[in-house]
Design a protein around this ligand. Structure first.
Ligand code: AMP
Length: 400
């Protein structure tokens, strides 16, 4: 049972081929610079590689190349695409139309494209990739879509509504959707398993901290609130994104700079966050190094990050009327022991106490890092969105 997992962007097509017998990755790679010129980098489980410039005018040519490297040449892992049971696609925005993993039909692709106003950078390229995949992959191979937003469709209206006039929700679908849902679902389930508990009995704050970051309150296995909003801009300070800002500051700054709405959006998405505060970098490692060297603005960026994460943990414990575990995932959450340590400092009032020795130096490993006498457990849980997409895809096609 092989599942091909596809994550398509406007100019890239990342993929993993997963053998579901043992959930191992047989090959992975990226078709990059689609519509510009084109490049493929491909690597197999046993270290064979392809690195080549290829012309990719559209996603179709990228899929054709992907099929070629998977099935022919020195770095092939399949005899033919018939060995693939299904293709699972990551889709960013499913809005209220898609609350679960769904089998792809022409109508589904059209609906994904129709949602492009809500996710301009993502949904149209996803639709293009889905059409291209249909053209290139044999018609008997089912395709499945897994949505970043679907996990958060369980949020109650009191959590997902903004204080704008209700008509804006009705007419324009303006509300909180939340993102990183596939990751939050994967890590919260993995945590329950590691704790030996039924997820239905757990109140978890899931901190996905990476270049983009979001924090989710997972109560009984369901998302009840999350920090990202209408778009992935809301919530905590990120690599280049602001996180939450007083909306009046947005209109004020746009006026001062003479920005159009889309220029202001770019400013908040690409020039802000760690980068904007520090003036140094969007990367946590650079910020940490600069902060350690005494750079005041890098220190401030770090302090803002830690403070904001702490506030969400407190807020979500209150929202869920309790807290059993806090988990850290994503590039920062999995690798940055100093961020985890600072977040968990002075949280004893909430029942959370870190075991510093268990936390120090740990990277990318499923591990409990709270003290033995901590009422609330803290864990590092490595995320694996591709694997969850593959599992979902397999489960759906097996039920066909
Ligand atoms: P992601 O978007 O999940 O890939 O996470 C990217 C972020 O993780 C960047 O800010 C990196 O600086 C951070 N990161 C990755 N590896 C490490 C590490 N070993 N120590 C600290 N931060 C890391």
């Amino acid at each position: 049972m092989m599942i091909l997992v596809v994550n398509a962007g406007s100019s890239s097509l990342k993929y993993q081929l997963i053998n579901m017998e043992d959930e191992s990755v047989l090959a992975k790679g990226n078709c990059d610079r689609i519509g510009i010129d084109g490049h493929i980098s491909h690597k197999t489980f046993d270290g064979r590689t392809v690195d080549a410039d290829v012309t990719f005018p559209t996603h179709t040519e990228a899929f054709m190349k992907l099929v070629e490297v998977l099935t022919t040449g020195d770095a092939s892992v399949l005899k033919s695409m018939d060995e693939i049971s299904a293709v699972g696609h990551r889709i960013v925005q499913g809005a209220e139309v898609f609350d679960r993993t769904t089998l792809v039909t022409d109508e589904v692709i059209q609906k994904i494209d129709d949602l492009q106003e809500l996710a301009p950078v993502h949904n149209h390229p996803h639709a293009l990739a889905l059409w291209a995949c249909k053209k290139v992959i044999p018609a008997n191979v089912p395709q499945v879509v897994v949505f970043d937003t679907a996990f958060h469709q369980t949020m109650p209206a009191k959590a997902f509504m903004f204080g704008l006039p209700y008509e804006d929700y009705e007419k324009y679908s303006v509300r909180k959707y939340g993102f990183h849902g596939t990751s939050h679902r994967f890590v919260s389930a993995a945590l329950a398993e590691a704790m030996g508990k039924d997820i239905k009995d757990l109140k978890i704050v899931s901190c996905h901290l990476g270049n983009g970051s979001s924090i989710t309150a997972v109560d009984g296995g369901k998302s009840v609130d999350t920090s990202m909003g209408f778009t992935p801009l809301d919530g905590i300070l990120m690599g280049t994104r602001t996180g939450a800002v007083d909306p009046s500051a947005v209109t004020f700054v746009a006026n001062k700079h003479g920005f159009t709405p889309s220029e202001m959006s770019d400013y908040m998405n690409k020039k802000s966050g760690f980068l904007g505060i520090s003036g140094i970098s969007s990367d946590n490692r650079d910020i940490t190094a600069a902060a350690q060297n005494g750079d005041k603005r890098a220190q401030l960026a770090r302090e803002m990050l830690i403070y904001q994460i702490k506030k969400y943990i407190g807020a979500y414990a209150a929202a869920m009327n309790g807290l059993d575990a806090v988990l850290f995932t994503g590039g920062i959450g999995e690798n940055s022991d100093d961020v985890r340590k600072e977040v968990c400092e002075n949280m004893e009032f909430l029942g959370l106490k870190l075991d510093n020795a268990a936390n120090d130096g740990v990277r990318g490993q499923l591990k409990k890092i709270s003290a033995a006498d901590s009422k609330v457990e803290a864990w590092i849980v490595p995320t694996n969105e591709e694997l969850l997409i593959a599992r979902d895809t397999l489960a759906l096609v097996q039920g066909l």
